[in-house]
Design a protein around this ligand. Structure first.
Ligand code: GBH
Length: 453
């Protein structure tokens, strides 16, 4: 008999998006600007001068988009809340119309039998807070706590699963160390501070949740397993540094209350001593961990690559996506097994997984063929199944993304959606991958058994 892929009955199948990437109308109804609004309007920052002014126009088309999810049989939807829609200055005054937008969305999801999960911070920091130092200002933990409280009080119960931050690693590495993402800094001294304040803000938000919320709160991290290019001591040490920097920098403090030793090796004098009280704030029991998985890295020691001294080695025998990331499904099984073993088998949701490939630019007779994405999803969902068989507590999967959208500084050039968006007409067309995913969802995974890969 061929391999069976039936998933547990209560396994949650959904899709994910983020506010700045899909909503458009960033300043509508009293919203304040975010750092992404600012960054996208700074010449030279965005590929093709793209910006999120319209994006998928989800701010106006949200009802149709919920209909689309329903049509595809989605059971869950992970979206993010734009902090500066809800609090235009990031703190203090609440903008009722911003809050109403998310309330309507959540109520409509529930009416359609779709479980909402909200991420409170998916990179679009209120610009007014960046003016006060953003993630470099220690007060941001309290600002984030204030904003979290507004959201929890208004929507807890209707939203039963909350994520505080999306991928603090990317915020720090892209925003403060290498500068490709907002706010665009390149500073070895700032990166550790930003990381630490992200974690303190997360901790503060969890504390607030325990006081005012009754359901689940967690943290979303991006994990890319690291494999050594050779067994040389240099490559093994490089692999350990890369793993500490990306995969353990946030989870170790959250679970153990300590940062990995390697961070001092990497940042040298730029890595401060942190007060014990901060570590206690950061280390708080969570209800789940969100894992975003896209690819892996094969690591080689490279003196020239500052500050990690690690370079990736390209695997010529493997497929690469259009963003240049290796397709490596076994890495997802390895990641989930690693989380289980290192952190004591926490409850995990795969909060993002997906790929950008060259799709036909236009739908033809209502169809968009994306065979590479279909195969990516099949292989990665099989990898999830394998992890469940190995005893990992995986409770759900959200494909990234529901819609083609603004891929941050790469603009609209990279399409991650299972639904094609024509950015001239805003027409949505489910791609072959959406139909495929819908069939997997409807069959609790059984459809994964069809076809070889
Ligand atoms: C996510 O981040 C974001 O949460 C989401 O908003 C975004 O649209 C989506 O992914 C797609 O980008 O060059 O081989 O070394 C992704 C995190 C971290 C994944 C860096 C790729 C580099 C791989 N990314 N990583 S490689």
């Amino acid at each position: 008999m061929s391999k069976q892929y039936r998933f547990p009955e209560n396994f949650l199948w959904g899709s994910a998006t983020a506010a700045y990437q899909i909503e458009g109308s960033p300043l509508a109804d009293g919203a304040g600007p975010s750092i992404w609004q600012r960054f996208a309007h700074t010449p030279g920052r965005m590929l093709n001068d793209d910006n999120g002014d319209v994006a998928c126009d989800h701010y106006n088309r949200w009802r149709d988009d919920v209909g689309l999810m329903k049509q595809l049989g989605m059971q869950g939807y992970r979206f993010s809340v734009s902090w500066s829609r809800v609090m235009p200055e990031g703190r203090g005054r609440v903008n009722p119309k911003g809050l109403d937008f998310y309330e309507r969305l959540v109520d409509t999801l529930l009416e359609n039998g779709i479980q909402p999960t909200a991420t409170l911070f998916h990179w679009d920091l209120p610009a007014a807070l960046d003016d006060r130092g953003g993630w470099l200002n220690p007060d941001i933990a309290d600002w984030f706590g204030e904003y979290s409280e507004v959201m929890y009080k208004r929507l807890d119960g209707r939203i039963k699963r909350w994520a505080t931050l999306n991928e603090p690693w990317v915020v720090t590495d892209g925003g403060y160390l290498h500068g490709a993402l907002a706010p665009g800094h390149r500073n070895r001294f700032e990166a550790p501070i930003a990381s630490h304040n992200l974690l303190r803000a997360h901790g503060k938000s969890v504390q607030v949740y325990r006081a005012v919320g009754k359901h689940e709160v967690g943290l979303v991290v991006n994990i890319e397993p690291k494999y050594p290019a050779s067994q040389s001591p240099e490559d093994l040490a490089a692999t350990r540094r890369a793993e500490a920097y990306m995969n353990r920098q946030y989870l170790d403090p959250v679970f153990f209350g300590t940062y990995p030793e390697e961070l001092r090796e990497i940042f040298g004098e730029a890595w401060p001593e942190w007060p014990q009280a901060d570590m206690d704030l950061i280390r708080q029991p969570l209800d789940f961990i969100g894992v975003n998985y896209y690819t892996r890295n094969v690591a080689r020691h490279d003196e020239a690559n500052w500050p990690l001294k690690v370079s990736p080695v390209r695997q010529t025998q493997h497929t690469y996506t259009e963003t240049g990331w290796e397709v490596f499904p076994q890495g997802l099984t390895d990641t989930l097994t690693w989380v289980k073993e290192r952190y004591g088998n926490p409850k995990v949701f795969i909060t993002e997984n997906g790929a950008a490939f060259f799709d036909p630019p236009k739908a033809e007779r209502g169809r968009v063929r994306d065979p590479l994405r279909v195969s990516y999803l099949r292989q990665h969902l099989r990898a999830v199944h394998k992890a469940i068989e190995a005893g990992c507590d995986i409770q759900g999967y959200y494909v990234w993304s529901l819609l083609d959208n603004l891929e941050w500084s790469l603009g609209y050039s990279k399409r991650f959606g299972i639904v094609h968006v024509d950015f001239e007409t805003q027409t949505r067309t489910p791609k072959d991958s959406a139909r495929y995913y819908a069939s997997v969802v409807a069959s609790h995974g059984e459809a994964l058994a069809n076809e070889d890969d």
